[in-house]
Design a protein around this ligand. Structure first.
Ligand code: UGA
Length: 450
């Protein structure tokens, strides 16, 4: 199948490479010439495990190329829309500028029978408007809404082996025809038994935001439990293990810590709420405001934990609100992790980077490390000091783990003690072994862990 992928960011670049890996003939279109050049050289500007190799293999095989020219998409039968839908500045709602611009630019190149496939996360109701726009110019083209559920860090595997395939299709024969075309694209996954749900546009759009809202709620639930655990001296990791054994609950996404970030969960819950307001059912999703608030509060709690540990460094528990500026001024803190999650260089809405910026704002002498995200972090926050992990740890009064990269989880407390100047470790992801760190002489602080 000849395929175009419009928008070659975190989603589109991976999707284009993976569609080519499935044997399709793919052109990726992006308005950024630098991005296109980098992708054509198999050197993507984003870090995503496996993406560089997949690009190299498919470019070499001649199944994949990237272009800035929409005319290069004209040969394709299927056009995936994979552009970003960021949060509008100063508002919760999604900014659909790029989606509309992509469809406008694509429409003149659609041939009869073409299928436009929406992958971007959009407010419910968008697909219907886009379908009307497409039909106005090319009545024989169709739109399918096909939400994407890939996770950054494992995006290549998630795209090649999705856990479900969802289509929102128009009613009647048009929907049947469009579905048949897309089934050809996904033939391999469907043949291997991947569950498929075929529904209407509105449901398909909602599936995506409902899934992310649920995941965000699950994380904020356990983070709220971590606050309760702190109040009573309980252990939220044991609590998560215990409730997670109930298959109705499940253990995944019950890791308490500094909270969720990234280009999806935070903005998607805000956009979902904004859309509900527009629909006159704002109260229905009012709980998402609390989900957001709990999530952001985790960042305060980490800063409080650091400030408390540094000023009351006698092993006493401290999660009070006394993160007075004085206690942090000039204090040397090693921040381990800047990306919003491990195996990614993405710093969009990253809790780790936010905590680093806050610490710096409170006067601390912060030195930040991250295996992959430093270039992105430095571009956004040049005021922070960046260094290797060893340099960040050397002379640190406090060590703060904020993104659970394997190399940070595996740190040897005795080895760190040999180079750090203090013995305070704040585990913003609850991934270190408190007993091992305490045995090596450290004051350990987690979130909701005694
Ligand atoms: C999320 C969804 O998981 C994907 O299914 C979806 O396709 C994607 O958004 C999207 O809309 O494009 P992603 O943003 O890559 O994927 O990252 P997640 O793995 O969901 O993690 C999100 C955040 O939650 C991270 O900051 C992570 O550290 C945090 N998290 C996750 C927790 O704090 N606790 C957990 O137990 C799990």
């Amino acid at each position: 199948m000849r395929i175009s992928v419009i928008g070659c960011g975190y989603l589109g670049a991976v999707h284009a490479a993976c569609m080519a890996a499935l044997g399709h003939q793919v052109v990726g279109i992006d308005v950024d010439p630098d991005k296109v050049d980098a992708l054509n050289a198999a050197t993507p500007s984003i870090f995503e495990p496996g993406l560089g190799d997949a690009l190299a293999a498919e470019l070499e095989a001649g199944r994949l190329r990237f272009s800035t020219d929409y005319a290069d998409a004209a040969e394709a039968r299927v056009h995936f829309i994979a552009v970003g839908t960021p949060q509008r500045r100063g508002e919760g709602a999604a900014d659909l500028t790029y989606v509309h611009a992509a469809v406008e630019a694509l429409v003149p190149h659609l041939r009869p029978g073409a299928v436009v496939v929406g992958k971007s996360t959009v407010p419910v109701g968008t697909a219907q408007l886009l379908a009307e726009r497409i039909h106005a110019d090319q009545p024989d083209a169709s739109l399918v809404w096909n939400p994407e559920f890939l996770r950054e860090g494992v995006a290549v595997a998630d795209t090649l082996h999705p856990d479900r395939i969802v289509y929102g299709v128009p009613a009647g024969d048009e929907g049947d025809r469009a579905r048949a075309v897309l089934d050809e694209v996904y033939a391999e996954a469907l043949a291997s038994g991947t569950p498929q749900v075929v529904t209407d546009y509105a449901t398909a759009e909602l599936v995506k935001v409902a899934a992310n809202a649920f995941l965000a709620t699950k994380i904020s639930f356990i983070n709220a439990m971590s606050e309760v655990a702190d109040a009573v001296g309980a252990d939220v990791t044991h609590l998560a293990d215990a409730i997670g054994h109930d298959p109705r609950i499940g253990r995944k996404f019950l890791n308490a810590g500094v909270g969720f970030g990234g280009g999806c969960l935070p903005k998607d819950i805000r956009a979902f709420r904004a859309r509900a307001e527009e629909l006159g059912i704002g109260d229905t999703l009012g709980f998402l405001r609390e989900v957001d608030a709990i999530n952001l509060r985790q960042r305060d709690r980490v800063v409080d934990a650091i400030a408390g540990a540094l000023s009351v460094n006698d092993g006493d528990r401290y999660f009070g609100s006394d993160s007075s500026t004085g206690s942090l001024v000039g204090r040397r803190i090693a921040v381990l992790g800047l990306a919003f999650k491990p195996e990614s260089d993405d710093i969009r809405d990253s809790p780790a980077l936010d905590v680093a910026v806050r610490l710096k704002g409170l006067g601390a002498d912060v030195v930040c490390a991250d295996p992959k995200a430093i270039p992105n972090a430095r571009a956004k926050h040049p005021q922070l000091a960046y260094a290797s992990t060893a340099e960040a740890l050397a002379g640190a009064e406090a060590v703060v783990l904020l993104t659970e990269w394997r190399e940070y989880r595996d740190l040897d407390p005795a080895a760190v003690a040999a180079v750090a100047s203090g013995r305070i470790v704040v585990d913003g992801r609850n991934v270190l072994d408190p007993d091992a760190w305490r045995a090596a002489g450290w004051t350990y602080r987690g979130l909701g862990r005694p």
